[in-house]
Design a protein around this ligand. Structure first.
Ligand SMILES: [Zn+2]
Length: 386
C-alpha cells in the first residue's frame, strides 16, 4: 500500500451511477460514460508548486465551484521529533517516502474536492506543475520539489481521481503554459491571437499562444523563456547554459545585482521587493538593477516576437508586481531590441489574473487540450475560442 492509499479517506464517495437525476433533465446524451454527462462540465484543476498544492473545480466560464489546498510536504527528511506521528511529513525518512508524502497531499486535495456536491459534473482534469515537466510521459521533475524526479504524477492523479469515482483524462502542463492558458482564457491575453505570457518571480517561465491556440509543445515546455540566453558570455545558469533571462531578471537576480552594486537598503530587507520599493523612491542603484532586468526581458521578448510574430507579452509574477519600476525600463529597451518593422508594435502588458492563474490555467488547458466532445455530451456551454 502506498502512502497515498493509506491517506485516502474511508468516506470517499462511491463511483457515480451511470444514470443520475440531473441527467434526466438534460438533452439526450451521447457520451458512453455517465461521468459528467447531463450537466455543465467541470474540470478538476490542480496546481502543484514548491510551497502549496491547490485544487479547484472550474467550469467552462472560468467560475470556481470548490477549492482545496495543502502545503507541499518537504522533499528532505525531517529531523527527529520534528513532526507528530501520523503527520504527512513524518513519513519523510527517505526520498521515496518524501515523494509519496507529496503525492498524498495531491490525493488529499482530490479527496476534498470529491466531497463537493458538484463532483459528479467532472469530465476532465488539468494538472499544472512547477517544471520541468514531461507532458508526453506524464512525469515531472520540479526544480523546487527535489523529491520528485521523473515522478509519474499524471498516472498517479488519474488513479486517485478514479478511486473517487471520476475516471477522467488528465492533461499535464508546466506552470508557465498554465499561466498562458489562463491569461488567454480570461486575462490580459484574451482576444490575442499570438502572445507570449511570462511569469517573472523567483524563476522566469512562460507559455505561448499562437494562432489563437495554446501551444504547449511536445513535452509541455514551449515558451520557457527564462532559459533563453540573452548574454552569450553571461554567468553560468543552473540549467547548464549561460546568460539566461532567469539569471538576469528573476527576483533573486535583481537582489543579487543590487547587492553587487553595493546597494544600501534603509532596512534589513534586501529582497527584490525591497529593491523595487527603493527604485520607486528614486534610489539610483535600485533603478539600475531593475533597468538591467527590464533590458534582459526586452531582449528575450523581442527575440520571441521576431521568431514568432507575437503581438503582446503578458507579464505576471512577483517581480512584475513592481509595476512601472519594471515595465518602464522594459518598454524603453523594447524600443531598441524590437527593431524590425513587424515587431515594433509589440506591447508589454501586466498579467491580470494574479495568484489564481495556475488553477484557472490548469482548467483552461484541460478544456482546450482535451477537446473530446464525448466528454461534454450534454454540456450546454461550448468552449470559447479566440
Ligand atoms: Zn538557464
Amino acid at each position: 500500500m502506498t502512502a497515498a492509499d493509506a491517506l485516502t479517506p474511508a468516506d470517499a464517495p462511491p463511483p457515480h451511477p451511470v444514470t443520475r437525476t440531473s441527467a434526466s433533465a438534460a438533452p439526450a446524451t451521447r457520451g458512453a460514460s455517465g461521468h459528467g454527462a447531463g450537466s455543465a462540465a467541470l474540470s478538476v484543476a490542480i496546481d502543484i508548486g514548491g510551497t502549496k498544492i491547490a485544487g479547484a473545480l472550474v467550469d467552462r466560464r472560468g467560475t470556481v465551484h470548490a477549492t482545496a489546498r495543502r502545503p507541499t510536504p518537504p522533499s528532505t527528511a525531517r529531523r527527529h521529533g520534528a513532526a507528530p506521528a501520523g503527520a504527512v511529513g513524518a513519513a519523510c525518512a527517505s526520498p521515496g517516502a518524501a515523494a509519496e508524502a507529496i503525492m498524498a497531499a495531491v490525493t488529499e486535495v482530490i479527496a476534498t474536492l470529491a466531497r463537493s456536491p458538484e463532483w459528479a459534473r467532472v469530465t476532465r482534469c488539468g494538472l499544472a506543475s512547477a517544471g520541468p515537466v514531461d507532458a508526453a510521459r506524464g512525469t515531472v521533475s520540479p526544480v523546487n520539489i527535489t523529491a520528485w524526479r521523473d515522478f509519474p504524477v499524471r498516472t498517479r492523479t488519474e488513479a486517485a481521481l478514479a478511486r473517487h469515482g471520476a475516471p477522467v483524462p488528465v492533461v499535464l502542463v508546466g506552470d508557465g503554459v498554465a499561466m498562458a492558458a489562463a491569461e488567454h482564457w480570461l486575462g490580459a491575453a484574451r482576444g490575442r491571437r499570438n502572445a507570449l505570457c511570462m511569469v517573472v518571480s523567483t524563476g522566469v517561465g512562460g507559455g505561448l499562444i499562437l494562432d489563437g491556440r495554446l501551444c504547449p509543445g511536445p513535452t509541455g515546455n514551449a515558451g520557457h523563456i527564462g532559459h533563453i540566453s540573452v548574454e552569450v558570455d553571461g554567468p553560468p545558469c543552473p540549467c547548464g547554459s549561460r546568460g539566461c533571462v532567469e539569471a538576469l531578471a528573476s527576483g533573486p537576480a535583481i537582489a543579487r545585482r543590487a547587492a553587487a552594486m553595493d546597494w544600501r537598503p534603509t532596512g534589513a530587507d534586501r529582497s527584490a521587493a525591497a529593491v523595487a520599493a527603493a527604485a520607486r523612491d528614486g534610489d539610483p542603484v535600485a533603478l539600475a538593477a531593475f533597468d538591467r532586468a527590464g533590458r534582459a526581458l526586452a531582449a528575450a521578448i523581442a527575440g520571441t516576437a521576431t521568431l514568432l510574430e507575437v503581438e503582446a507579452a503578458v507579464i505576471g509574477g512577483g517581480v512584475a508586481a513592481a509595476g512601472e519600476v519594471l515595465f518602464a525600463p522594459l518598454r524603453r529597451h523594447l524600443a531598441t531590441y524590437a527593431a524590425l518593422s513587424f515587431v515594433r508594435g509589440i506591447e508589454a502588458v501586466p498579467a491580470s489574473l494574479g495568484t489564481d492563474a495556475g488553477l484557472v490555467g490548469a482548467a483552461a488547458a484541460a478544456f482546450e487540450l482535451l477537446p473530446d466532445p464525448a466528454l461534454d455530451a450534454a454540456d450546454p456551454a461550448p468552449p470559447r475560442r479566440a
